[in-house]
Ligand binder design. Structure first.
Ligand SMILES: [Zn+2]
Length: 481
């Protein structure tokens, strides 16, 4: 009888997996992931005493409601096999668990969960794939506090000038960034131009900054090669915005100081920055939800708004099965997001005077350098070897500056496009590489550790410096050609 029951249990698949895991637990063979997760949550870790706790401030002084993130954690699931990542991604998608990051190079997936949704997710995974080897870490254990620590509150020494890096002491909201552009243009009228690209759904301006040492030349014989740097396409990735502003600032400073390399770059090329590619989304992260990713456009579903601009470009645009409630919703057709469409119009209008040679799109996080294509791994980019070589050069210049080791891989690998085709479709990277830029990369900035999208402001300058070194490497590469 006992044997018969055992066989029945064996045949009942999922139930068996659960029972077997429990059995293993009771004999101390293997710890259940959900038990591991709960013990990670319950571990008391001494709090960093030099930071104020958000709850000690009056609620009316909060820039956003921090309580919306209460009892939320960021759980990192490390796996041994690459295929397990896409399995976990699909499981998260199925259970409506928010995925923060998915790193093929470092073999982890980060999930924003509550205690209950984390347990449910892990139980689901162990029941369906009992052999999958999961190693858990708690990346963020106090989400509202970690969110809070990315904002800064005005203090007496908040004044900034264009000559000093006080601007980079903290993250800046859209209004302040646009004021800073104006201040820069007023200070360096011969070198800078702010260009209005278009308007967002909520009526905000989309502004680019062109840096050129040939502004007064009526019509140069041969237009200079332009390096385009975009950031903030995903609203919550604040470090990308501060980094492109930092690069702009350092190029200006170094040029003004007469530094040889900056002079060489600006004599031979132009730079075009689009630091806040998603102004509505960015503003939303400052006033409502720090973890917002998409733009703010209305969709066919009145309950869910926002298009993921980085899936909305026309090169291999794929209408995904995702609903407008998904964080990756690409819209119903290419260029439905206003930001991608006005950017396309602008680039087409300016391409004769300003041919684009290189493109860098800044994102966070995971410390990676991605080269095209994103939409598939079966189509190889032209000049693949040279792209990879240049990517390693960028990575090396970062390592020599800060010791950080940025992994180099193709964007399709990073996004798992072969297994999840919609993940890499319609990206800005592929669009720019295919239609505009000879060289194109995505840089996913810091960190890989304990902050994710919520990198504290003290890292703005160190990240700015390491990425500036890679931009110098890129520019040397361009000017050597
Ligand atoms: Zn991003």
């Amino acid at each position: 009888m006992f044997h018969f029951l055992l066989v029945l249990t064996l045949l009942s698949g999922q139930a068996f997996a659960r029972d077997w895991s429990l059995l293993q637990l009771s004999f101390g063979l293997k710890k259940l992931p959900e038990v591991d997760f709960i013990s990670l949550i319950d571990q008391t870790v001494p709090r960093n005493s030099d930071s104020v706790h958000y709850s000690s401030l009056a609620k009316e002084d909060w820039p956003i409601d921090f309580d919306q993130y209460r009892d939320q954690y960021v759980l990192r699931v490390n796996v041994a096999a690459e295929e397990d990542l896409s399995t976990l991604y699909e499981a998260a998608h199925e259970l409506n668990v928010s995925v923060w990051e998915f790193s093929v190079s470092k073999r982890f997936i980060d999930l924003q969960v509550s205690k209950d949704s984390g347990v449910e997710f892990l139980q689901h995974v162990t029941a369906r794939w009992p052999d999958m080897d999961l190693q858990l870490d708690l990346v963020v254990r106090d989400l509202p506090q970690t969110v809070f620590e990315t904002y800064s509150f005005p203090d007496d020494d908040d004044d900034f000038t264009v000559q000093e890096d006080l601007f980079f002491k903290r993250y800046r909201d859209l209004k302040t960034i646009y004021q800073w552009f104006d201040l820069l243009v007023a200070t360096y009228p011969d070198l800078l131009e702010v260009e209005w690209i278009g308007q967002t759904y909520e009526g905000r301006d989309i502004k680019a900054v062109r840096l050129t040492a040939h502004k007064s030349e009526p019509s140069p014989e041969k237009p200079l090669k332009t390096l385009v740097i975009t950031s903030g396409i995903h609203a919550r990735e604040w470090i990308s915005v501060s980094t492109s502003c930092y690069i702009l600032y350092r190029l200006l400073q170094d040029y003004e100081k007469g530094k040889k390399k900056a002079r060489l770059y600006l004599d031979n090329m132009d730079f075009l920055f689009l630091p806040v590619m998603n102004p509505d989304g960015y503003e939303h992260t400052w006033t409502t939800d720090r973890l917002w990713r998409k733009n703010k456009q209305q969709t066919y579903n009145p309950r869910c708004y926002g298009i993921d601009i980085d899936h909305s470009f026309n090169f291999h645009f794929t209408k995904s099965e995702d609903s407008p409630c998904s964080e990756n919703y690409p819209g119903e057709g290419a260029f439905e997001s206003l930001e991608s469409s006005v950017w396309d119009t602008y680039l087409n209008e300016t391409k004769h005077d300003h041919p684009i040679y290189g493109y860098i799109d800044l994102h966070s996080y995971a410390e990676e350098i991605l080269y095209p294509y994103a939409y598939t791994c079966s189509e190889k980019p032209r000049d693949e070897e040279n792209l990879i070589e240049l990517a390693y050069g960028l990575s090396q210049s970062i390592r020599l500056t800060s010791g950080k080791s940025y992994a180099v891989l193709s964007a399709c690998e990073d996004k798992g496009s072969d297994l999840l085709p919609a993940m890499g479709a319609g990206s800005a990277l592929d669009y720019m590489y295919h239609n505009k830029a000879y060289w194109a990369f995505v840089l996913k900035l810091r960190d890989t550790g304990s902050h994710g999208f919520l990198l504290p402001p003290k890292f703005i300058v160190p990240v700015g410096k390491e990425i500036y070194s890679s931009i110098k490497y890129f520019s040397s590469f361009v000017t050597d050609k």
